[in-house]
Design a protein around this ligand. Structure first.
Ligand code: CMP
Length: 143
């Protein structure tokens, strides 16, 4: 178990002006933000990031959505980070997410669910490595 996980504040949440409120909720939730950057997904990046969903009926729409505008990508730290972060963001479908969770507050639909959280320590590292080098994270730690 590691104490880091990877997150994306998705295009719908950035476009709606909710990124600041979401970052606030992450910090209020007891997480330390140790890397954060505004970026865009290219189609290649989105297809690679969501490769496990390739072939599913929602795959093409998911890639369209994730490339539709800027996103924030970040690494956050907390004890038992993967599980605790998933608790903070709530169920994949905002309509089924617990009251007060980030997806319940800012998600618009199953696809446009405002935020991503990695589902395992192994995937967290694979995912943040697509956006950050170890140096980016270490530098952020000492700020
Ligand atoms: P996330 O869990 O961050 O990563 C996979 C994403 O695919 C998920 O968030 C949703 O945005 C999207 N997704 C998952 N299941 C569906 C579905 N049945 N229909 C549309 N989008 C989905």
């Amino acid at each position: 178990m590691t104490n880091r996980t990877f997150t994306i504040i998705k295009p719908n949440a950035v476009a709606a002006g909710n990124a600041g409120k979401i970052i606030d909720a992450i910090i209020e939730g007891g997480f330390r933000v140790i890397a954060l950057r505004l970026t865009y997904f290219s189609r290649n990046q989105a297809e690679r990031f969501y490769a496990v969903h390739k072939g599913k009926p929602f795959f093409n729409e998911l890639v369209d959505f994730m490339t539709s505008g800027p996103v924030y990508v970040g690494v956050v730290e907390h004890e038992n980070a993967v599980a605790e972060f998933r608790r903070l963001i709530g169920a994949t479908d905002p309509a089924k997410a617990d009251e007060g969770t980030i997806r319940r507050r800012f998600g618009e639909s199953l696809q446009c669910n405002a935020i991503h959280g990695s589902d395992s320590d192994e995937n967290a590292r694979i995912e943040w490595s697509q956006f950050f080098s170890d140096d980016d994270i270490i530098i952020a730690e000492y700020r």
